[in-house]
Structure formats: structure tokens, C-alpha cells
Design a protein around this ligand. Structure first.
Ligand SMILES: Nc1ncnc2c1ncn2[C@@H]1O[C@H](COP(=O)(O)OP(=O)(O)O)[C@@H](O)[C@H]1O
Ligand SMILES: O=C(O)[C@@H](O)C(=O)COP(=O)(O)O
Length: 422
């Protein structure tokens, strides 16, 4: 079966979230971590490939360059449609990177418009009249307003995306989505005739997302959260490209287990609280790292007699006031990088000491850890929680890995992850 769908995810947890949706919709999917070399071949049996980048928080120019390189590779591999995946909470800053990356992809693919829909009802993300809600709360009033790298303080995505682009941004409202795919297609055409090239799409339910997906059969580019992928497999089937059912079984991986967390999201803080006292816990303090304390070595010595069946935890995660204090001393990005580097080195040290089963919390953190470990590709398995699948790395020996987006999962997520992981 040839490659059908090429996806570019702006972070690593987002990539596994999308790959999870694609596998559930019946597409054989492989996740590639980081930019593939221009000469590396696309995996032969994948119908969908998700390239995981760390472009959410890069300078916009770099994010654009990496995204275009990923698109070039995917298109050369045969992808008929490109999906740019960003966060269901639209994580970005007024400077980008969602707008600039979408513009560059549109130009490259010669598309005259593209749609934006971060909606993920399973995780409580809905969009109504252009306003993004997290369950019953506007994005700007949710804990996302305190995000360490991309604080989100405007729930009106039409207004917010307009700050990132010179293209005219408009809205495809929920009434149209409810009216079905034909109404969506007609309205997209009308909006384009009015000179609107960036179209934010309302959606409240999985059904709405499927309608939006069906309406965009054959479009070269679409953008959104993982939910926008729900209807795409149907389009390929309808075009006569029969997809065999993908299997979500993974090879069993046994051995010592650990959790690495750099996520400061509310859900992660609750999940860490749940395991503190149950699992051995080592705290990483960015201020201590900045003072040059050899925390990585200490963490690995501490782990030496604890690595085993009971997961051990390394976490820098902290409440907003503590994060703010560290950022004021070190800088926002600098504090993040210090922590990410330390967690990456700890992950390397743990694998050298026999670690085989790993859960990472946080998108940026996952990017840093997976890159430090050189896990170039992941096979996607069963779902642990909405948006978080169990995966196994295509390395020798394989590692069982779960990459958890900051705000995903219930309070007992970590416990559940080790149960579901193969
Ligand atoms: N105590 C801390 N102080 C400052 N920054 C931190 C702290 N702990 C983690 N960070 C940084 O915060 C960022 C969290 O982002 P990420 O890993 O994407 O988590 P999430 O998925 O929850 O958004 C990372 O760059 C991480 O290194
Ligand atoms: O769409 C989502 O919410 C996730 O797939 C995602 O991208 C989350 O990012 P992090 O919270 O930074 O892990």
C-alpha cells in the first residue's frame, strides 16, 4: 500500500497523539522522530507517516525551514495530502509558529486556502464561534494561561491567528459544519472568493470533525489537532484505496521502568502527586542546574539501586509561581532548555543502566528525551488515555515508550501507562 497521508507534528507528544488517531481510523502509521535525512527512504508499509518536529517553540524561521524539509520528504515519499498538526490548545505566540508554517506549506503546495481546527472533544477541546474551550472554560481562563513557554491568553482564534499572518483569517461557523460536508465545501469556496485564505473551523463533536475531514477530501493541505484526522481514512477508502485494518499489537518489552517529567501542566502535576509516595521520586531544580550542581550524576547514582519493577520518577515539574521564579532568574527558554537537557542526559544514563520502559510527560520534554535517546521511529500501539498511545521504538533493543501531552490523562495515568504498555 503506498503512502497516502504525510503529517508534520510540531512536537513529539502531538505526533503520537495524531498517530494514535490515525491507527484507530484504520491507517497503518509510523512515527519518525526528527527530520529524516533527505536520502532516507519512507517506511515501505506505511499509509500514514507522522514526522515529529520540535518546531512549536523554535524561532519561526527555523520552524518554517524544518516543516518544509519534512513536507519535501513526505511528498517525495508519495504523500497525497499533508496535515500540519499543532496543539489542541493552539499553543503558539503572537509571532508564530502556526501562521508562518501554514503559510509556507500553502505556498509550497500551491494551495489557495487552508483550514485550522485544533478541536479534540475526547480531551475537552471544542471550538464555537471561533472561541476555544477546554471543557467548560475558555482557553484564556484555563491553566494554559500559565504555560511555561506558550501562555495562551486569547481564546478567540480568529483574532489570535490574525496576529501571526498577513493572510485574511475568517471563520467557518458551527451552523455550517452541522449542515454537512457539502455545506462546508460550498462555504469554504465562498470564503475563498471573499479573499479569506485562513479559515478557522468550529467543531464540537467527533462527528463535526469527520464532516470537516470528509469535506476536505483531495485538499493538499489541512491543519489542526489530532481530531481533524478522524475522517481522512474514509476519504482514501472512498477513492478506492482500500486500507487493510492496521494492527495495534506491539512486541512485549520487559525490564526496569521510569517516568521523566518536565511538564508543568495542571494534569501532570496531579498525576505526579498521585504517584509521589508510591514510587521513588527525584526532583530536578532548574536553579540548582544553573548553579552548576551536578544533578544528573546525583540522579543516576540515586537510581542505581532503585531501577527495577517499581517505576522511579525524575521530575522538574512545578507550580506556576515556582516556574515563574526560575524563569525570572534564568529566562523562559533558558530555564526550559536546562531542564530538557538534564532530563535527556538522565534518560541516556538510565538506558545505559538497563531501563527498558519509559513514560515521558510534556511535549518539549519528550522531544528532548526521545532525541537524546536516538529513538528515530516509533511503532504505535494501544491507547492508554485519549491522545496517548503506548509505543515501541524501532531500535535494538526496543524500548517501550509513552509520550504524554501535558494536559492529557486522568490522575492515575502513570500507573495505567505501565499496565497498557507491552
Ligand atoms: N521547574 C521548572 N521551571 C522552569 N521551567 C520548567 C520547569 N520544569 C519544566 N520546565 C520547562 O517547561 C517546559 C514544559 O513544556 P512541555 O515539556 O512541553 O510540557 P507540557 O506538555 O506540559 O506543555 C519545558 O521546556 C520544561 O523544560
Ligand atoms: O493536541 C494536543 O493537545 C497534543 O497532541 C499536544 O500537542 C500537546 O502538547 P503538550 O501539552 O506540549 O505535550
Amino acid at each position: 500500500m503506498p503512502l497516502l497521508l504525510g503529517c508534520i507534528a510540531d512536537d513529539f507528544t502531538g505526533a503520537t497523539d495524531l498517530a494514535n488517531t490515525l491507527v484507530k481510523s484504520g491507517m497503518r502509521t509510523v512515527q519518525i522522530n526528527g527530520l529524516p535525512g533527505p536520502d532516507s527512504a519512507a517506511p515501505a508499509d506505511a499509509e500514514a507517516i507522522v514526522v515529529a518536529l520540535k518546531s512549536r517553540t523554535q524561532p519561526a524561521e527555523q520552524a518554517v525551514a524544518d516543516s518544509l524539509a519534512a513536507q519535501t520528504w513526505l511528498t517525495a515519499g508519495g504523500a497525497r495530502q499533508i496535515l500540519f498538526k499543532y496543539c489542541s490548545t493552539f499553543d503558539s505566540t503572537p509571532l508564530g509558529n502556526i501562521g508562518p508554517v501554514a503559510e509556507a506549506l500553502m505556498d509550497r503546495l500551491d494551495a489557495d486556502f487552508t483550514t485550522f481546527c485544533p478541536v479534540f472533544p475526547g480531551a475537552g477541546r471544542t471550538l464555537y464561534q471561533g472561541h476555544l474551550f477546554i471543557w467548560d472554560t475558555l482557553l484564556s481562563e484555563s491553566s494554559m494561561r500559565n504555560h511555561p513557554l506558550t501562555p495562551m491568553t486569547d481564546a478567540n482564534l480568529v483574532r489570535f491567528l490574525q496576529l501571526q499572518t498577513k493572510r485574511k483569517v475568517g471563520l467557518l461557523a458551527h451552523q455550517t459544519v452541522r449542515a454537512g460536508s457539502k455545506a462546508v465545501r460550498d462555504t469554504l469556496r465562498e470564503l475563498r472568493q471573499q479573499g479569506i485564505e485562513f479559515i478557522i473551523c468550529d467543531a464540537l463533536t467527533d462527528e463535526d470533525l469527520i464532516t470537516l475531514g470528509h469535506a476536505q477530501a483531495g485538499c493538499r493541505l489541512l491543519t489542526g489537532g489530532s481530531g481533524i484526522a478522524m475522517g481522512l481514512a474514509d476519504n482514501f477508502r472512498a477513492a478506492g484505496l482500500s486500507l487493510p485494518d492496521s494492527t495495534s499489537s506491539l512486541p512485549a518489552v520487559s525490564g526496569p521502568q521510569a517516568i521523566l517529567s518536565g511538564s508543568c501542566s495542571e494534569a501532570t502535576l496531579g498525576q505526579l502527586q498521585y504517584v509521589s509516595g508510591r514510587y521513588p521520586f527525584f526532583r530536578i531544580d532548574p536553579l540548582a542546574l544553573a548553579r552548576g550542581q551536578e544533578l544528573v550524576g546525583r540522579a543516576l547514582n540515586w537510581a542505581e539501586d532503585k531501577l527495577g519493577d517499581v517505576p522511579i520518577v525524575f521530575a522538574a515539574s512545578a507550580e506556576p509561581a515556582t516556574v515563574k521564579a526560575a524563569q525570572e532568574k534564568l529566562g523562559r527558554m533558558e530555564a526550559g532548555e536546562l531542564v530538557e537537557k538534564a532530563l535527556g542526559k538522565i534518560a541516556q544514563g538510565l538506558v545505559e543502566r538497563g531501563l527498558r520502559r519509559l513514560v515521558v510527560a510534556g511535549g518539549e520534554t519528550s522531544g528532548a528525551v526521545v532525541s537524546a535517546l536516538g529513538l528515530k521511529a516509533l511503532r504505535i500501539g494501544p491507547e492508554i488515555a485519549p491522545g496517548v498511545p503506548a509505543t515501541v521504538s524501532l531500535t535494538d533493543p526496543p524500548l517501550a515508550v509513552a509520550l504524554k501531552s501535558g494536559n492529557f490523562g486522568g490522575p492515575n495515568f502513570f500507573e495505567k501507562a505501565f499496565e497498557v504498555m507491552p
